[in-house]
Design a protein around this ligand. Structure first.
Ligand code: ZN
Length: 337
């Protein structure tokens, strides 16, 4: 870990990165002022150059949702899980096209070492993404396409780190042709969160967190889709013993809470749908990119790869397949199935 930490510090210094929480890769949590710039989504620094550093912010032509307002980091509301039936629509399925974004790219987030089980977020997100696409197409006839189908990602002549470190909004803009942008990730927490080493977090931290962009926050249907996905994922964790809370805190479409470190890193609390914006709009580049092309976009932080049991289940069990099914059912429900 020491060696990893040194590498990370050097990496962060080189790139002038600051870190934010949740980041898809993230940066050192304590690095001060990060917020405005980081592109990450999982919290914190991983022991590898795992970041989605700072792309220059694109100028947003999409106004920030009026719903943003003051920070409200509490998990409001009650447990409304288990009511997925009430969300079902009576109408015929709608034709929608989904842009699926498996986060990162091979080599950007590999974890090797004792008890790390060779977990790689980029591998996990690709497995989930491909299975998600297969289910949507084969089981529901829902049209979808992926931002990457292999280890590498190339968009508009940019590849891998050129995208994630300088032009990450391209991932979201790739959804210009779609009705929905879904970026797939697994989450991380800060070093020493809950008094534990970063990669040795207890199962109690594990939960799905879904971050919605400004366009998504403006659509109750999309937020309800997020509620469905989160509830499905929470059920998976309950089923396989990767959770201490057996429900998802469904969001009120009219009152989406802000992302917070306490939500991300807290123990024994339910996951929920949240937003993260600053004065320029959506905080995360992938979501900003989708907003730039007018598409509702979400990041699904499925669960915490900082939990050893999560890594093991992902790499040696059926967890990734189950998560893909959870996502697919939520999206299909959104489409009216
Ligand atoms: Zn990620």
């Amino acid at each position: 870990m020491k060696k990893f930490s040194q590498k990370l510090i050097i990496f962060a210094l080189m790139l002038g990165l600051t870190c934010s929480l949740i980041s898809c890769g993230a940066l050192p949590k304590k690095s001060a002022s990060s917020s405005s710039a980081s592109e990450s989504t999982e919290s914190t620094a991983l022991p590898v150059p795992y970041s989605e550093p700072q792309a220059p912010r694109a100028v947003l032509d999409t106004p920030v949702s009026g719903a943003s307002g003051a920070a409200n980091q509490s998990q409001s509301g009650s447990n409304t899980s288990g009511n997925s039936g009430s969300r079902r629509s009576n109408s015929q399925p709608r034709k929608i096209k989904v842009c699926i974004d498996p986060g990162h790219y091979h080599g950007a987030s590999e974890l090797t070492g004792e008890d790390l089980y060779d977990y790689e977020e980029a591998y996990a997100t690709l497995q989930i993404g491909q299975e998600l696409a297969r289910i949507l197409k084969e089981d529901y006839g829902i049209e979808c396409y992926l931002t990457r189908t292999g280890d590498s990602i190339s968009i508009n002549g940019y590849t891998d780190d050129q995208i994630d470190q300088q032009n990450i909004a391209l991932r979201g803009k790739y959804a210009a042709d779609a009705d929905l942008f879904v970026s797939l990730h697994t989450n991380a927490n800060g070093e020493n969160a809950n008094g534990q080493p970063q990669m040795s977090q207890p199962i109690a931290i594990n939960k799905p967190i879904i971050i919605a962009n400004t366009n998504a926050c403006g659509s109750p249907e999309v937020i309800n889709m997020c509620n469905a996905i989160g509830t499905n994922i929470a059920k998976v964790y309950n089923e396989v013993g990767l959770a201490t809370v057996d429900y998802f805190n469904e969001a009120d479409p009219n009152n989406i809470v802000n992302w917070s470190e306490s939500l991300n890193d807290g123990l024994n609390i339910a996951g929920t749908v949240c937003k993260r914006v600053d004065s320029s709009g959506d905080f995360y580049g992938v979501l900003r990119g989708a907003a730039d092309v007018g598409v509702p976009g979400i990041i699904i932080e499925h669960g915490f790869h900082t939990v050893p049991e999560f890594r093991y289940s992902a790499m040696y069990g059926n967890l990734l397949k189950m998560l893909a099914e959870a996502d697919a059912e939520g999206i299909a429900e959104y489409a009216g199935f």
